[in-house]
Design a protein around this ligand. Structure first.
Ligand SMILES: Nc1nc2c(c(=O)[nH]1)N[C@H]1C(S)=C(S)[C@@H](COP(=O)(O)O)O[C@H]1N2
Ligand SMILES: [Mo]
Length: 259
């Protein structure tokens, strides 16, 4: 029997899961600075394929990121990275309230499609209050509303060869290369993974990624692509950017950013 199929004693698994969560949980509210031990510990922990395997063994595919209560929401959600894309196409779309904006979903799918914002808003939605952790040492709690990514993927029909979901963004970080990110299929199908169009009950502001941004709540902030224009299903991301699966990964960050 290989290790993937070996059953784990459920009591032991619960104990391990609880210890893992206790080790990584910092119960902060609103927007806070994380302490050095919170971020550094988790950053170094998060930096290996071994950690990915360990997290996957201990926490099930569907284990949920912690959800908070309305009182915990920060008065304003901090913005980071690109906060006002300068690209001409984006600016034209934003000037018109994103009326002509379309989300392309293509690559290894049965039925490539383009979705308007209204179409996304008319699909079943999920709202969740979660904490965003940035590697730069801050965290912030906000309420996100959006389409569950797995519902969107079901509409286009993912082909068997697909191994990653790539998010192509409208912005070029500091005017340089285009921002992009990727998730594997387990994170993509996770019930809290959203294409969010709402923040704290209103429309997603431009600073936070309008008209839609990814929320992948078990991952660090840099994974959560803002200004998403296109979702592409791929077998490999070797041909994109510098081949490491994301803008920051191409510059040395770890592809697996589980928290
Ligand atoms: N397109 C795009 N997505 C992005 C970034 C960016 O610069 N461009 N920055 C990332 C980083 S490092 C973080 S912490 C979060 C910040 O999200 P916020 O602006 O809503 O706080 O977005 C992530 N997604
Ligand atoms: Mo970040």
């Amino acid at each position: 029997m290989n290790s993937k199929n070996r059953p784990t004693d459920p009591r032991r698994r619960r104990f391990l899961t609880r210890s893992l969560l206790a080790a990584s949980a910092v119960l902060l509210t609103g927007c806070d600075r994380l302490t050095r031990s919170d971020t550094m510990g988790r950053l170094f922990d998060a930096s290996s394929a071994l950690t990915q395997k360990a997290q996957r063994l201990l926490a099930s595919r569907e284990s949920l990121a912690r959800e908070y209560s309305p009182e915990d929401i920060a008065p304003t959600f901090r913005a980071n990275g690109t906060t006002d894309p300068q690209d001409a196409t984006y600016r034209r779309l934003a000037a018109d309230g994103f009326r002509d904006w379309r989300l392309t979903v293509d690559g290894l799918v049965e039925r490539p499609q383009r979705f308007s914002l209204d179409e996304l808003r008319s699909m079943p939605s999920r709202t969740q209050i979660t904490r965003h952790d940035c590697v730069e040492g801050w965290s912030c709690i906000g309420q996100w509303t959006g389409v569950v990514l797995s519902d969107l993927l079901a509409q286009v029909g993912v082909r068997d060869e697909a191994r990653f979901v790539v998010f192509h963004c409208a912005d070029r970080y500091r005017g340089g290369d285009a921002y992009y990110e990727s998730l594997d299929m387990i994170e993509a199908y996770h019930p809290q993974t959203l294409m969010a169009y709402g923040l704290n009950g209103g429309n997603l502001p431009v600073a936070n990624g309008a008209p839609i941004r990814l929320r992948a709540e078990r991952q660090l902030g840099y994974k959560m692509a803002k200004y998403v224009m296109r979702i592409e299903l791929v077998e490999s991301f070797a041909h994109l950017g510098r081949g490491r699966g994301g803008y920051w990964e191409d510059r040395g960050y770890e592809w697996w950013a589980g928290i």
